[in-house]
Design a protein around this ligand. Structure first.
Ligand code: A3P
Length: 296
């Protein structure tokens, strides 16, 4: 099919993935107009994988030696208003990003094959984040429920799960999104850093240290690393006034909806043994022989 429904959302297939129609417009505009600079930093991710964390971490890394906590942009703005998404914010809102000082930090949810050519062909860096598909599904289901009224009640989880497993969800199929960036990161390790949410949660110092080095901003000392981890920590961001009210750009999603639990393994509270077996098998078949070892 060319069109399907994901809850209330009509999704259309474009270049092999599913989108709501206005997002395709934004993606086409990004493909036509985005001119990457060699020193741009592009965060790339599917949905509900830890994008908000990277949108907090990377600006903090790039500015960690400047100012103190009071000058931190994350105090005044939700991370999604600090780092903008090309196809959701920059192009739909006709933002002029040509005047932004280098290095610019930008984000996209687009799969690798749909990235603007200038991202692929320039020397800009891409930081990709992947997450356990079971936790992604649970996080996505909660996120979508934020826009439903009390009368409507939550999106039936079985229906959402069928969508997720068949890849018919925003920017889906998720497993292909991850695999494509994984394959590219293996051939272009200087250009693409492939991160896993679970590994970052387990060992933030190591992985955030590597991230800073990849971006050419290695930490001078442990104190700098600690500052960055603190500024972008889930507990701090969730409790900042700016994230307790308001909504993120035109999506209607409350700022608070980007800070739900921030843990790993919440899927265990939702998955039946059948759901588990089903997704495990899909992941096994998809990733067998690829070298990609995603936590599931
Ligand atoms: P949960 O719904 O499992 O809590 P995205 O940013 O890609 O939309 O992903 C959202 C997920 O990342 C949510 O997961 C959210 O709680 C979690 N998250 C947001 N900020 C975080 C942070 N600073 N550190 C760790 N996880 C974070």
């Amino acid at each position: 099919p060319k069109q399907i429904w994901f809850g209330h959302y009509e999704l259309c297939k474009w270049e092999g993935s599913w989108y709501s129609p206005p997002v395709i417009e934004g993606a086409l505009a990004a493909q036509s107009h985005f001119e990457a600079r060699d020193d741009d930093i592009i965060i790339a991710s599917s949905m509900k994988v830890g994008t908000t964390w990277l949108k907090s971490l990377i600006p903090s890394i790039m500015n960690c030696t400047q100012g103190n906590d009071h000058d931190d942009p994350l105090i005044a703005k939700n991370p999604h208003n600090v780092v903008h998404t090309l196809e959701l914010q920059v192009y739909p809102k006709k933002q002029d990003i040509s005047t932004l000082p280098s290095p610019r930090i930008l984000h996209t949810h687009l799969p690798y094959n749909s990235l603007p050519d200038s991202i692929k062909n320039s020397n800009c860096k891409i930081v990709y984040i992947a997450r356990n598909p079971k936790d992604v599904f649970v996080s996505l289901w909660h996120f979508m429920n934020k826009l439903r009224t009390e009368d409507e009640g939550p999106f039936p989880i079985e229906e959402a799960f069928e969508n997720f497993c068949s890849g018919a969800h925003f920017y889906g199929p998720y497993l292909d999104h991850v695999l494509e960036y994984w394959n590219k990161s293996r051939t272009l390790p200087h250009k693409i850093l492939f991160l896993k949410y679970e590994e970052m949660k387990r060992n933030p110092k190591e992985h955030v240290g590597n991230l800073a080095s990849f971006l050419g901003k290695p930490f001078a000392n442990n104190e700098e690393l600690e500052i960055v981890l603190w500024r972008s920590s889930f507990g701090r961001l969730k409790n900042l006034e700016v994230n307790k009210s308001g909504t993120v750009f035109s999506s209607g999603f409350p700022n608070s909806s980007f800070f739900r639990l921030g843990t790993t393994g919440d899927w265990k509270n939702y998955f039946t043994p059948e759901m588990q077996e089903c997704l495990d098998e899909i992941v096994r078949l998809k990733y067998e022989g690829t070298g990609l070892d995603l936590e599931i």
